[in-house]
Design a protein around this ligand. Structure first.
Ligand code: SAH
Length: 251
């Protein structure tokens, strides 16, 4: 375990990986090839970056903390472009062609980052680390307490699975909770238009305990969702939501 020479910024969700085995396991999940273009979110001081640099063609690393950027730049990796930006404001369309995405995500904005990546869609694989509780919500099945909007959005657009749990003890500084590494593959079948579907799911879950006829009053009044009127959002599977979308938007 080495200590870093810069102050930790709690506000930026900084927990740095310090265990070589965990780092290798995460990078292996990405299955990097020499022809790959990779987006790394929040490289920090480069725990993952140095491995990725040896195993891929080009890495775009987006990092917000100027002190970490200075440190990263000292490494002079020939194939790493460092973008000094907030990932939530960064235009993903700067990346040309398909990319793989990797990141030990800053926990305070993990969900908005994930939604941004889902909406963008132009990736072939993502390996992302989340706090364990959020990871469990992402993969949760309908009927469970932890099933919600983020589960539906991830499971409709991706094949998603928990690869392994990462103990809080392998980070510095040590976070309060364990983490989990998830892999995402895009589904290649025809899927609902993202923005309309996303708004629909958001509205359907606006009041978890209420029935769909209350959460989607307009669709209900128009007679389109009768079959689902008395279901609660948490009881409806990802495929059920696709059916509801088709009833409302496709007819
Ligand atoms: N990948 C490193 C660091 C992970 S900690 C490791 O595993 O050791 C999360 C990283 O995300 C930190 O470096 C933090 O500064 C960065 N970060 C936080 N908010 C960000 C934002 N909005 N945009 C880009 N990077 C951000």
């Amino acid at each position: 375990m080495t200590n870093l020479s810069h102050p930790f910024r709690k506000k930026w969700g900084q927990n740095f990986l310090r265990d070589p085995n965990t780092i290798t396991k995460i990078v292996n999940c990405l299955q990097p090839r020499q022809s790959d273009n990779i987006l790394e979110i929040g490289p920090g001081d480069g725990a993952l970056t140095r491995h990725l640099s040896n195993q891929s063609k080009q890495i775009h690393a987006v990092e917000i903390d100027p002190l970490l950027i200075t440190q990263l730049e000292k490494n002079n990796y020939p194939n790493v472009t460092i973008h000094k930006r907030d990932i939530l404001e960064w235009d993903l369309n700067q990346l040309k062609g398909e990319v793989k995405i990797i990141g030990n995500l800053p926990y305070y904005i993990s969900s908005p980052i994930l939604f941004k990546l889902l909406a963008w869609q132009n990736w072939e694989r993502m390996i992302l680390m989340f706090q364990k509780e959020l990871a469990q919500r992402i993969v949760s099945n309908h009927g469970n307490k932890s099933y919600g909007r983020i589960s539906v959005m991830c499971q409709v657009y991706c094949e998603v699975k928990i690869e392994f749990i990462v103990s809080k003890n392998v980070f510095h500084p040590k976070p309060d909770v364990d983490s989990a590494v998830l892999t995402f593959y895009p589904k290649d079948k025809e899927l609902p238009e993202f923005n309309n579907f996303s708004n629909l799911v958001k509205q359907a879950f606006s009041q978890r305990r209420k029935k769909l006829k209350n959460n989607l009053p307009e669709a209900y009044k128009s007679g389109k969702i009768e079959k689902w009127a008395n279901s609660r959002p948490e009881e409806i599977s990802p495929n059920g939501f696709i059916q509801i979308y088709n009833l409302i938007f496709v007819g």
